[in-house]
Design a protein around this ligand. Structure first.
Ligand SMILES: Nc1ncnc2c1ncn2[C@@H]1O[C@H](COP(=O)(O)OP(=O)(O)OP(=O)(O)O)[C@@H](O)[C@H]1O
Length: 690
């Protein structure tokens, strides 16, 4: 019986075939797997650069391309006959001698490039890799057949031009050397291409045989998934690619056997943080050590994540072990269970009224911020604690007598809330963490009943959680291996909270994802300029840069359109969206976002009956679409003037507000997988890159 491995491209190419070719190809692949009668035979390809390559006739005028070694067949693609033969002749396949994963070479294009490089090397004597000796090259896994060409490369641009023709395992270490990095750094670039942790002395694996393609395929789950039977084959072919083929850094993080301490994964927009979190939750649930909570920002996002888990996890019993929700819901449940009834949350207007009653001389917004960002954030319980507490992020010094007045105001408000039986959401989180932190039963009894409701918590969109919410999460899971797996991006913060995990008692191991698989380079670099490219704080101690954040493909540049009036702008939007739909983009893959509710209403009216999603900038968080339009990106709208602290009141707070508004626009603009359209009428928002 043949052993069949499927590449990530195959299900995509199969899905793109017209019927009935698609149906016939599917039947042929099943027959091939089962070796049943009528199964296609491998046919050699004349002129193939790799003599292990063959084609399988899968449907009328359509062929699959396979690489064969012994009984293993790696099914790469399915194409019309002529294209399949051309594909089969073009590529060769190898094994990285250092990390043992498969390598795909665009051999035909490389031969052409080699001729050009030889010609230019006769003219330009410079050699980019003159300082790296052959043994270092071997240590970096540089292919011995490729090395003579590497030696002729004269500059970085030539190397960059070769990137699409080379396996990433060859390009990444060479690119690091070309940037002037050390051999050790270049080796780390290669190491990052491993889909699993390197073998340890305690757990050695078979040594790497560069001729053993089948073993290399088993080490390359991002390039090949083995299907043992028709059920597994159907899963690989039917499930979305993200369920089956994780990129190596994502897989390493999601499927590490165990972490001895909490883990934090940060990364730019579209680097696969949410996917990694979903796979980690699925992995932990399959292991079955106890209930898993997957926490995200909003109710809307948790519905989205729930639906994706349903797709990812086929086994209903495993799926049931994961609860998806947001922190507010968790807090509500814990408090409701303890108090026997649902807690009542105070409305924003009522709360502002209570602050006004205090007559403290500060605005309700100032008092609320002081309460949430200083007092609740640090869990300050007495005036003395408050008097001596630092006030990070607050630009106006508060002398002792003013602090006493603020404290009195807070006591007034909390007192009135208590009388009315109401709380804010942050108070609720604080109450819930206290309830979970209380010991129960006899303290002398060794096996006191545990209060933590979960064995594992996985957190998505972590950048916007408040310290009170972190304390609740910490209290909801016991200190044990694999307790907390946290993903987030401080550059996408849309709330005021800036908390380092260490400050809330979470000592996390920090990993980074750097490659955006969502964004084309053009949207990514425009977005980085919009975001300011500068560092952001939060989650880790100190700041994080966007440096190193990169894309894997190209696309159109973002379109920025200026209109004379808001009416023209809406007409322009309607015309663009109509064109996109006429180009065949499904309306569900288009989103329109704006800063204000008025603009959202206007856009909804202009796009009535199109089926396109229209939402606020906040509503775009965590989502993804093929095409995105962000409208009303004008001065006076973005940043929203009434969300900014007056400069006269607190300059630092104002600077933070501006960062938050910038982050919000950045989040909305980085939802586009394919095309981004931004418009304004009147003067452009000061955030837009020039
Ligand atoms: N392994 C993968 N297979 C297929 N697609 C992927 C993979 N990794 C990332 N992508 C693409 O990138 C997108 C981004 O993934 P994900 O939503 O997990 O990123 P993120 O880092 O959480 O993004 P953000 O922070 O911007 O919300 C996916 O929806 C998908 O289009």
């Amino acid at each position: 019986m043949p052993r069949l491995a499927i590449s990530p491209e195959f299900p995509v190419e199969l899905g793109a075939l017209p019927q009935p070719a698609r149906r016939d190809a599917l039947v042929s692949v099943r027959r091939f797997l089962q070796n049943s009668s009528g199964a296609p035979h491998p046919e050699r390809v004349r002129g193939a650069r790799d003599d292990r390559v063959a084609t399988l006739r899968l449907a009328d005028r359509h062929r699959g391309v396979v690489v064969r070694q012994r009984d293993v067949y790696w099914l790469l693609t399915v194409l019309p006959d002529a294209d399949a033969w051309a594909y089969a002749q073009r590529y060769r396949f190898g094994v990285n001698p250092v990390i043992g994963v498969v390598e795909v070479w665009d051999a035909e294009a490389l031969e052409q490039a080699e001729r050009a490089i030889r010609r230019s090397s006769a003219v330009f004597p410079a050699r980019l890799f003159a300082d790296t000796c052959d043994s270092d090259m071997a240590e970096l896994g540089v292919d011995h057949r490729f090395l003579p060409l590497v030696r002729l490369i004269s500059d970085e641009l030539t190397l960059e031009a070769l990137e699409p023709l080379l396996p990433v395992t060859q390009y990444a270490p060479l690119a690091a050397l070309a940037r002037g990095e050390s051999v050790a750094t270049a080796w780390r670039e290669l190491d990052a291409c491993r889909p699993a942790d390197p073998p340890s002395a305690a757990d050695p694996i078979d040594p790497i045989d560069p001729d053993d393609l089948a073993a290399a395929l088993r080490r390359s789950p991002d390039r090949a998934v083995f299907a043992a039977d028709v059920r597994e084959l159907n899963h690989v072919l039917d499930a979305p690619g993200w369920c089956v083929f994780l990129h190596p850094p994502q897989r390493r993080l999601a499927y590490r056997d165990s972490y001895g301490q909490p883990v934090l994964v940060t990364g730019g927009a579209g680097t696969g943080k949410t996917l990694t979190a979903l796979h980690r939750a699925a992995f932990l649930a399959r292991r079955g050590a106890g209930p898993v909570l997957l926490v995200t920002f909003s109710q809307g996002l948790s519905t989205e994540l729930s639906a994706r888990l349903d797709v990812l996890i086929e086994d209903g019993v495993v799926r049931k072990r994961i609860e998806v929700g947001n922190v507010d819901r968790l807090a509500q449940r814990v408090v409701a269970e303890a108090e026997g009834r649902a807690p009542v949350i105070v409305g924003a207007d009522e709360l502002a009224g209570l602050w006004r009653e205090t007559g403290s001389g500060h605005s309700p917004a100032f008092l609320l911020r002081e309460w949430e960002q200083v007092i609740l954030a640090q869990n300050l319980l007495t005036l003395d604690e408050y008097l001596s507490a630092p006030r990070p992020g607050r630009g106006v010094a508060l002398p002792a007598e003013e602090r006493a007045a603020v404290w009195a105001a807070v006591e007034h408000v909390t007192g009135r809330l208590a009388e009315r039986g109401k709380r804010t959401l942050l108070q609720l989180a604080a109450d819930a963490s206290i309830l979970l932190g209380q010991t129960t039963g006899d303290l002398l009894e060794e096996a006191a009943p545990r209060r933590e409701p979960y064995r594992h918590i996985v957190v998505d969109e972590a950048q916007d959680l408040h310290p009170a919410q972190w304390r609740l999460l910490r209290a909801a899971v016991p200190h044990a291996p694999d307790d907390l797996f946290i993903v987030g991006d401080p550059h996408q913060r849309v709330l005021d909270t800036r908390v380092s995990l260490a400050s809330v008692g979470i000592d996390a191991l920090w990993h980074r994802l750097q490659v955006s698989y969502r964004l084309p380079g053009e949207i990514l670099s425009w977005g980085v300029r919009l975001r300011g490219g500068g560092p952001a704080d939060g989650l880790v101690a100190g700041v994080q840069e966007l440096y190193g954040f990169r894309a894997t493909r190209h696309g159109p540049h973002p379109v920025v359109r200026a209109y004379d009036s808001p009416e023209d702008e809406l007409n322009g939007l309607a015309a663009h969206v109509a064109r996109w739909i006429s180009e065949g983009v499904p309306p569900g893959e288009i989103a329109v976002a704006a800063r204000t509710a008025d603009l959202v209403r206007g856009a909804r009216a202009a796009l009535k009956d199109t089926g396109v999603r229209v939402t606020t900038l906040h509503g775009m968080k965590g989502l993804e679409f093929r095409r995105v339009a962000v409208i009303g990106v004008a001065d006076g709208i973005v940043p929203a003037p009434d969300s900014l602290t007056p400069a006269g009141e607190d300059l630092t707070a104002r600077a933070h507000d501006l960062q938050r508004e910038r982050g919000l626009l950045y989040v909305a603009c980085t939802r586009a997988r394919e095309l981004l359209y931004v418009s304004h009428s009147g003067r452009a928002s000061p955030f837009l890159p020039v």
